[in-house]
Design a protein around this ligand. Sequence first.
Ligand code: ADP
Ligand code: MG
Length: 469
Amino acid sequence: MWILKTNSHMTHEELWRNALQEIELATTKANFITWFKQTAIADLRDGIITLSVPNGFAREWLKSKYHKSILRAIRNLNNDIKDVEYVIGKYQPPEESRRRPSAEKRYAPEPGVVIPDEEFSLRDLSVDPDTNLNPRYVFETFIVGSFNELAHAAGQSIVKNPGTTYNPLFIYGGVGLGKTHLIQAIGNEMMKQNPTRKVRYVPAERFMGEIVEALKNQEMSRLKEKYRSVDMLIMDDIQFIARTEKMQEEFFHIFNALYERNKQILISSDRPPKSIPTLEERLRSRFEGGMIADIGQPDRETRMTILKAKADQKGIVIPEEALWYIADSIKTNVRELEGALNRIVISAKLTNSPITIEETKRILTYISQEPRRFTSVKKVLKAVAEFYDVEEKALTNHSRKKEVVKPRQIAMYLLREEMKSSFPFIGEKLGKKDHTTVIHACKKITNELKNNPMIENELQMIKEKIYEV
Ligand code: ADP
Ligand code: MG
């Protein structure tokens, strides 16, 4: 506990630390961490405080959104303060906290504590190079309810009788409802029960990239062979291939080759075949000739079951009441359900306190108040360029200057993660780069995120900007 001194004998550090305590009470945890860590009083002269902040973004943000609260908090402690100015400065941890490392933890998360998103940090981890399947997607962790039971049952059935009963099996449903999880679980189960069978999972976009690559290097026949030799082909998000005739044609040939030999084909899409306008008739009729199963939205009980299971998997205790609160607040998307749970867990870890219903409500209110997320390529490029202080043009031309390499990779990453753009599209927008360059960039940032918590903060700040209205 700090003793609150209400006079002007406080050191700058004490003054700011006490002010931060007050500010913290009035902000959400996420905002507090994002905007107030690495801030310090750099100077106090003639009643004017100069606050040093880590970058231009933080400066603008604090000035426009928090100036009043900051001033109020400081004036409560020292009435002589007239104003606060903001400068970008290098952050020096306060003297005291250097001696007493625990003090700083109050507003700077320990490296590694802030996990942006469980799914995210685990993604791509230990993907099997032969099957391209991620071992984390299994039936054991897939919750079944009326919203997905048909798709689930059909999936189990094709593991038992691949290539015969339901071929192709076409599973469709909205974003974040478990398509990828389910089709990968089917693949993983198939491998478990028949280790000698060849299973290949491929997102349609990656498939398209491979084709482009193969055409360029005259390796088409090898690529075709690779796909024709599998026992089960799993293609995720097939709606993407409907964008070009060439891709549909290549896929059509592979499809036929597999189908004729009774090999199982498993497809996911964000909508049914008849609702993909550019899907060729011959593919549509093939798809409709098999089994089509949809995944709907989970009902309240199922949402609760999912939350309980996810909390169990993390080994954390959350009051039932809080779980119901989440289940009642987020209705349409399992990924968001999981995301909300993660945010609550992270916040509890940061404050090192048990999860309560009050805290849960506060975080969910914060999440629901986040503006509807719309952005554009233009906004992303602008925000990235501003943030790293490079010219926007430099991101989209062929400049190899060292200082644009990282911003460009960040831009690619954001276009991918936030706008779900395809790799070729991103490459095109960022100076006609090859899609493999984009894939490499996204992987690189994903990896860095695991090791360097600062990147997460940078991304957070850029994201705030790209969704600004
Ligand atoms: P989609 O491919 O439909 O966009 P995903 O399969 O990526 O959705 O699912 C999003 C997240 O929600 C994943 O982390 C996944 O594990 C989880 N998830 C989705 N459905 C379920 C379910 N029925 N049971 C457990 N977890 C699920
Ligand atoms: Mg998916």
